[in-house]
Design a protein around this ligand. Structure first.
Ligand code: ATP
Ligand code: MG
Length: 447
């Protein structure tokens, strides 16, 4: 259906103030695909004389035949005017104010039309690198379209009239399945470097390509991401890796040299090792995507544990070589790794604590003798730590079938468990057991 519609369109790249308008029957969007909350929000705004449209990812996804994750609304009402109209609504954001309107269990994001910050007298606040620090200059719908990131994200849909508006030539790019930055790509990436991560995320999620002029400046501008507050990067991290397309996203991020800005130490180790680290991380991504596809819960703690594991392993070896006891070496390596990482991506403690437990339990799961197995099995982090062992083995690490042993242990009854433990015979089991290291550093170790 879309294909046929595109005959109407002018060539891409046309600077336009007149939108392409596709009236009812000339586009594939059906009103029933739109959430009740979004429809009600728009109707309420219109009843008070404001303009209101669906915009952004939801319109894009509907055109692609995908189920939108959420519905965003754009309006000419100011945030205060929006808030006044709804019983349950609050204004959020500073850099960019939006209103969260709650409708039953649904939340609809309502954004006021923004003007292009370069629009003469009305300046938004900008840093020396061209980064937009405040972006609350209101404008009309056409200006609003021009300040959005990609052409495919700047489509507006009016449910009452069942009409689609394209102010930025997004429809040809939907058809070509490509992401094209609106305006000059370099300028727009400088205004907000997170747009580079968004490009990678949408490319992976939608299986779109980056239009060449949009892709070109990214590797060189990637270092601008170090100006982004770590808390915002944590939010982006979640969207990048916990939306069901982690593996594809990881590959795109590496292709455009963005990954190193998020996980610098991991990135270095990916370049230098024999391929184990890459297999390991890709396997973690694959498992995460599979869990999400199966509707199972995922935690950022596990994925972060995997993404930083190469760094922890390296640190652990370093501290052991300095003569630290294994538990202490692991603890120091974990502490160092987290301290470095949070300067890039702020990891809330509710995730960094379980992440560290997963790491620390890697050293403990091989020691199963006596009552240890029973105790380990009872710990709250056992399941995640066990999954992590399986992941290491899946990626090719040899752990003397440790994962298999624990799989059988979990399925066994108490008698069988006891037999399993006594079969370990004196040794605490697992080939990686080491003798207690001497206090003195071994000969040749630097300190
Ligand atoms: P998703 O499916 O992930 O929700 P989305 O396109 O809706 O994708 P959002 O982060 O919800 O993404 O943003 C909604 C819309 O706001 C985008 O489609 C885009 O038009 C605009 N937008 C969001 N972030 C930016 C940005 N950093 N720069 C310019 N426009 C942006
Ligand atoms: Mg959205």
């Amino acid at each position: 259906m879309l294909k046929k519609l595109f005959k109407l369109f002018t060539a891409p790249g046309k600077a336009t103030t007149d939108p392409q308008v596709l009236t009812s029957g000339n586009h594939p969007i059906k009103r029933r695909q739109i959430s009740n909350g979004a429809i009600k929000t728009i109707e309420t705004l219109q009843a008070r004389g404001y303009d209101a449209y669906l915009v952004g990812g939801c319109v894009r996804d509907l055109l692609l035949g995908r189920h939108p994750k959420d519905f965003d609304v754009a309006t000419n009402a100011t945030p205060d005017q929006v808030k006044e109209l709804f019983r349950r609504a609050r204004i959020v954001g500073r850099r960019f104010q939006i209103v969260h309107v709650y409708m039953g269990r649904e939340m609809v994001e309502v954004t006021t039309f923004r003007a292009n910050h370069n629009g003469g007298h009305r300046q938004a606040v900008q840093s020396a690198q061209g980064q937009l620090l405040r972006d609350n200059v209101f404008g009309d719908i056409n200006e609003d379209a021009q300040r959005r990131d990609f052409t495919v994200n700047a489509l507006y849909y009016h449910p009452a009239d069942d009409t689609l508006f394209d102010y930025a030539n997004g429809l040809p790019d939907i058809e070509a399945r490509q992401l094209r930055m609106i305006g000059d790509p370099e300028t727009r990436f400088r205004e907000d470097p997170v747009r580079m991560l968004r490009a990678a995320r949408f490319a992976a999620k939608l299986d779109f390509s980056l239009e060449p002029a949009t892709a070109a400046p990214i590797p060189e501008l990637a270092p601008l991401l170090s100006n982004i507050p770590p808390a915002r990067l944590f939010d982006e991290f979640l969207k990048l890796f916990l939306a069901g397309h982690a593996l594809a996203t990881f590959r795109v991020l590496r292709e455009y040299r963005l990954f190193g800005l998020l996980f610098p130490e991991t990135d270095e180790l990916l370049a230098s090792d024999d391929g184990f680290n890459q297999r390991f991380i890709e396997q973690a991504m694959r498992n995460t995507d599979a869990r999400i596809a199966a509707g199972k819960p995922v935690t950022p703690a596990f994925l972060l544990a995997a993404l930083l594991w190469p760094v922890v392993v390296k640190g652990d070896a370093f501290y052991r070589a300095k003569g630290e006891a294994p538990a202490m070496a692991m603890q120091k390596a974990a502490g160092h790794t987290v301290a470095q990482q949070v300067s890039r991506i702020a990891i809330p403690r509710r995730f960094s604590l379980p992440m560290r437990e997963i790491w620390e339990m890697q050293g403990r799961l091989p020691n199963r003798s006596g009552r240890r197995a029973e105790h380990l099995h009872s710990l709250p982090r056992f399941r995640a730590a066990y999954d992590f062992v399986l992941l290491r083995e899946q990626a090719g690490e040899i752990l003397d079938n440790l994962g298999d042993w624990w799989t059988r242990y979990q399925d066994a009854d108490p008698d069988e468990r006891e037999a399993m433990v006594s079969k370990l015979g004196g040794r605490s089991g697992g080939g990686r057991r080491r003798r207690r290291p001497r206090k003195r550093p071994p000969a040749g170790a630097t300190s």
